[in-house]
Design a protein around this ligand. Structure first.
Ligand SMILES: Cc1cc2nc3c(=O)[nH]c(=O)nc-3n(C[C@H](O)[C@H](O)[C@H](O)COP(=O)(O)OP(=O)(O)OC[C@H]3O[C@@H](n4cnc5c(N)ncnc54)[C@H](O)[C@@H]3O)c2cc1C
Length: 399
């Protein structure tokens, strides 16, 4: 009987096991999971609601949502895309709803429903789930060495799927497979500016963020927090610049365009606001900004309280424009984003065959999920990468 070992009982590993057991009911499939329970992370995804995938409707270019792995994802999505994912879980009784922002959740709003479906399908398929089995290495002969109950042991397989998630590619350190060092992605930024922090809770609809001296730019909603900034625009920037920020030890200069549209847009808006020259500048703010944020930005632009539009002069106007479109803050570290967190880095994508997810160097070894140097911004894209890569791996194992 063919023996398959899947390492890692997370989203990718369990999905691969469920699919593989349905394709080959006569194979002996084992899942080795280091933790006490499988899919502990999947259970808390999307704040416990599981943002399982995305309809990709708002996606102009895959590279914008997969800063690492967009080319591979193009191929994988062609084989097993978001609709296939919904069909798969739909066939097992899950109903879905897509939000306005194109993120897809189960109607139950319960990640445990997804966990239970995968557990059930693995059970039906006769998958042997071995928790508290921590794999320490794999060699070229597909010998898997692991620790269980304090003892070291090994098992040999006809095929191995490595699906141990982010930051775990070190399991392959004894092989000559290229590993890209892991660094965090999807985090928020610490900014030491008490006046900004006083605006905690302020949301600005569409800002553009950048890192001074780089080409990293992101657009979207910004949230001011008690430690600095968060929200989709910040998380995207952290994802795009994950490696750069790690190299800089999470220090740098953040550039904020508060209106998101550059100088021309800012000037047009100010022109409109200043039509009634006798009004006080502080009393008429751009519709995108709150009253408090506007007053804060005016103080940064050194516009005195009580100044009227007709007293600003071209220099005063230029200072406001400048503050609106290129407001600079010192980044002073990162903070964990509790809703989602992934790592960038892992097994180099040049090491795998994109049509099968098989290792080029170790035939019979397949890779799926976040253990690869492939990760996405928030929105269901990371789990879709796990489903797609695991499905392709499952359908490529032929013994
Ligand atoms: C709080 C949080 C919320 C998230 N929410 C979302 C969301 O809503 N939508 C989305 O798309 N993405 C989300 N993500 C990201 C998403 O969870 C991951 O991208 C996804 O889980 C990756 O799947 P995986 O199977 O590759 O890895 P994991 O889910 O991390 O699974 C890997 C498994 O391998 C096991 N393992 C590790 N090392 C070993 C070893 N040596 N031996 C044996 N087993 C091992 C681990 O215990 C784990 O169970 C979220 C992440 C976090 C942290």
């Amino acid at each position: 009987m063919a023996s398959i070992v899947i390492i890692g009982g997370g989203a990718a590993g369990c999905f691969c096991a469920a699919e593989l057991s349905a394709l080959h009911p006569d194979w002996h499939i084992r899942v080795l999971e280091a933790g006490q329970h499988p899919m502990a992370k999947l259970a808390v995804t999307g704040g416990g609601r599981c943002n399982i995938t995305n309809t990709f409707e708002g996606v102009e270019a895959l590279a914008k949502v997969y800063p690492r792995g967009d080319k591979l994802m193009r191929k994988l999505l062609g084989r097993f895309g978001w609709k296939d994912c919904l069909d798969w879980f739909g066939n097992h009784g899950v109903e879905f709803t897509a939000q306005e922002d194109h993120c897809v959740f189960p109607v139950s709003q319960d990640a445990m429903q997804i966990v239970h479906v995968l557990e059930r399908q693995m059970h039906i398929g006769g998958v042997e789930l071995m928790c508290r089995h921590k794999v320490i290495s794999i060699d070229k002969g597909l010998n898997v060495k692991y620790l269980h109950a304090g003892k070291e042991a090994s098992m040999k397989a006809d095929a191995v799927v490595l699906a141990t998630g982010g930051g775990t590619a070190g399991i392959l350190a004894g092989t000559d497979i290229e590993l890209i060092p892991s660094v965090p992605s999807l985090f928020t930024l610490k900014i030491d500016d008490d006046a900004l922090r006083d605006l905690m809770g302020t949301v600005v609809g569409s800002v553009t963020l950048g890192l001074v001296g780089t080409r990293f730019r992101s657009e979207g909603t910004l949230l001011v927090t008690d430690w600095g900034i968060s929200g989709p625009a910040t998380l995207k920037l952290s994802s795009y610049a994950a490696r750069w920020l790690a190299q800089e030890e999470y220090r740098g200069s953040l550039l904020v365009d508060w209106l998101g549209g550059g100088e021309q847009q800012a000037r047009q808006i100010l022109e409109e606001l200043g039509r009634n020259g006798a009004r006080m500048v502080a009393n008429t703010h751009p519709p995108q900004l709150t009253d408090r944020l506007w007053r804060y930005l005016l103080s940064r632009a050194s516009v005195r309280a009580g100044c009227r539009w007709n007293e600003l002069g071209s220099k005063g106007l230029a200072r406001i424009v400048n503050t609106l479109i290129s407001d600079i803050y010192r980044i002073n570290g990162r903070a964990r984003f509790k809703e989602e967190f992934v790592s960038c880095g892992g097994v180099s994508l040049s090491e795998i065959r994109p049509d099968t997810m098989e290792s080029r160097r170790i035939p019979g070894l397949y890779l799926a999920g976040e253990v690869l140097d492939m990760d996405a911004v928030t929105g269901g894209f990371n789990l879709q990468a796990a489903w797609s890569s695991a499905w392709v791996a499952a359908h490529s194992i032929h013994l």
